[in-house]
Design a protein around this ligand. Structure first.
Ligand code: SF4
Length: 98
């Protein structure tokens, strides 16, 4: 019977293996933001401009991106926190410096 063969497939749980639990974690709805590794020597050696606060499109009074992107991952405090945590940063591909 076709319905009997479908039952095991329907019971099979979909998700990501979670080592802390018998249950699988729910799959992500969206992929997480891409982060680039930064060499510690480069981070210390160069005074780079890579955050929203350095960008021409940033409205600092309202803390928003004037071209509509989500600035939370690219704010200086968040980027430094991420770098200290994991040695990588989320760089905005649309950063523009005048
Ligand atoms: S373009 Fe990117 S770096 Fe510039 S304000 Fe918007 S989110 Fe921030």
């Amino acid at each position: 019977m076709p319905s009997d063969t479908l039952k095991p497939l329907q019971k099979k749980k979909i998700g990501i293996f979670n080592p802390k639990s018998k249950e699988k974690s729910k799959p992500r709805l969206r992929p997480s933001i891409k982060k680039d590794k930064v060499h510690p020597e480069d981070y210390l050696k160069f005074d780079t401009r890579f955050s929203c606060e350095d960008c021409s499109h940033f409205n600092s009074a309202q803390s928003i991106c004037t071209i509509g992107y989500e600035p939370s991952h690219h704010l200086k405090a968040q980027q430094e926190h991420q770098y200290l945590l994991a040695g990588n940063m989320a760089f905005c591909r649309f950063l523009e410096i005048d």
